[in-house]
Write a new protein. Structure first.
Length: 499
């Protein structure tokens, strides 16, 4: 009954005209971002953070979260119609979705993606609502040592979930942690690694880093590879799947929803890993694995359900523990801090309207996306015909305006440019940028809780293993590291990401 009363409060908040409008705006922007390759939800949310300064916290967060899961919908449209995923989580959808389109079943593939995403979004929203209260109650028992250990576990999990070499992922985490130390030390007032530059005394700006690494770097990469977008799209016929299609898609949707809901909670996993894992699972369970890559409907239903479920459940650690599980959730942390809201268990008690309104808006946003996407498939496909030489100057101008509006400082624009070049080099070296961003966000929190724990224990490091919660998390992180250091398991992990 308590859950129902909380959801009632959430829907009363989400169904106000103002919040409905911002949910709709977020869904439209998210779909547009998913459709157009070259600008992901992280960079877009970074660009829109300055816009939310003058907004109330609830509509601001509803709009930004709608952009995130809206991008999961939009990415599947172009993946199916023109074999060009707008989002990394939709890459695997293109394998069978485009083949279905080539066979004259583009409408069925799009409907499958829409139905799977809506079902997964509905179920995962309920999971978020059910787990929110018990996890928040648990988080209230967390001390400084427990939060430190939780962040260590999160960073270790982010390393393991990152694609490619463990060493490279670990290196990116460490670089992010080091970047987070730049600026004036809060406790001592000493300037660290500022090199006498006044603009660095307050540290590097999170928005500048995110916009540079994920926005500017992506533009440079696209300009280098040329405008490879297809000009022709597959025709969309009937949208309604046949009985046989439903029989094959529903088990895949259920499995994808369960797998995505679990992986979304884990730090560093996110929608991309969920979609690839779901595809691999469906292929292994299928009686006809040879059909995958040739237009198997399970290859669309499973991944699309998984990526949307993961997008929703990634809010669980953010809302209950204050820990971002992905780069996009790190942007949501920044958005909450802009509005003087400290992410963590106190959000539920201090801002219940915001907390439950955001959860209710997830289901509402999924409904808007279904209504918005399927009838407007033709419009989204036509947007791909806009030449990239017209799009990228507009994106760059918007990036510069957004960054400059943060502090009215040209130095922020230079920061963005520098990190744009850094992001481009990371791509060339096949290094993932997301662990760096997570390290940068969690670094100051990690340091603060480490200091606080040692201050309370008078310098006794045993506090991290004598407190039950802290000891459990440290132990779990150590076990994960040891398992991944085993050559056989490490090879298996690399084979999974390779596939």
């Amino acid at each position: 009954m308590e859950l129902l009363s909380h959801l009632q409060l959430g829907f009363e908040t989400a169904f106000t005209l103002n919040n409905l409008l911002y949910a709709f705006i977020g869904c439209v922007l998210g779909t547009l971002i998913g459709v157009l390759p070259g600008l992901g939800p992280v960079a877009t949310i970074a660009m829109l953070l300055p816009v939310t300064y003058g907004m109330e916290p609830t509509p601001a967060l509803i709009m930004l979260s709608s952009i995130y899961y809206g991008a999961q919908y939009g990415g599947s449209t172009t993946a199916i119609l023109v074999n060009l995923p707008g989002e990394s989580s939709s890459v695997v959808t293109a394998l069978d979705g485009y083949q279905m389109a080539q066979q004259g079943r583009a409408g069925v593939a799009l409907a499958t993606a829409g139905i799977g995403s809506f079902f997964a979004g509905t179920v995962s929203t309920l999971i978020v609502a059910m787990f929110a209260v018990p996890l928040t109650a648990l988080a209230l028992d967390f001390g400084a040592a427990d939060y430190f250990s939780l962040m260590v576990f999160g960073l270790v999990a982010a390393v393991i979930m990152a694609a490619g070499s463990l060493t490279k992922a670990l290196g990116m985490i460490i670089i992010g942690l080091l970047l987070g130390t730049i600026g004036t030390d809060v406790n001592s007032g000493v300037a660290r690694y500022t090199f006498g530059q006044l603009s660095l005394f307050e540290g590097l700006d999170f928005v500048c880093i995110a916009m540079g690494i994920f926005g500017v770097a992506e533009i440079v990469k696209n300009l280098e590879s040329g405008d490879a977008r297809a000009q022709g799209t597959a025709p969309v016929n009937t949208l309604w799947p046949q009985r046989e299609d439903f029989r094959r898609m529903w088990p895949a949707i259920l499995r994808g929803t369960g797998l995505g809901s679990l992986l979304g909670i884990l730090p560093g996993a996110g929608a991309t890993l969920a979609s690839f894992s779901a595809y691999s699972l469906e292929k292994k369970l299928s009686r006809h694995p040879e059909q995958f890559g040739q237009g198997a409907i399970e290859g669309v239903a499973g991944p699309e359900s998984a990526n949307n479920a993961a997008a929703q459940t990634s809010f669980i650690p953010l809302l209950t523990l204050g820990i971002p599980s992905s780069a996009t959730m790190a942007m949501m942390v920044a958005a909450m801090m802009i509005h003087n809201i400290q992410p963590g268990p106190q959000v539920m008690s201090a801002n219940p309207t915001l907390f439950w309104g955001l959860i209710a808006s997830m289901w509402l946003g999924n409904l808007i996306l279904v209504i918005l996407n399927l009838p407007l498939v033709g419009l989204w496909a036509r947007l791909l015909r806009i030449p990239y030489r017209i799009l990228y100057p507009l994106i760059l101008v918007f990036c510069c305006i957004g960054v400059f509006s943060l502090n009215s400082s040209v130095d922020d624009i230079w920061q963005m440019v520098v990190f744009g070049l850094v992001g481009y080099l990371l791509g060339k070296l096949k290094l993932e940028a997301a662990p760096l961003l997570l390290g940068f966000v969690l670094g100051p929190l990690l340091e603060e809780n480490l200091r606080r724990a040692l201050l309370l224990s008078r310098g006794d490091f045993s506090v991290f293993v004598t407190r039950p919660i802290s000891a459990t998390l440290i132990g779990a992180a150590a076990v994960l590291l040891l398992l991944m250091l085993l050559p056989k398991l490490n090879r298996s992990r690399e084979e999974v990401f390779q596939e």
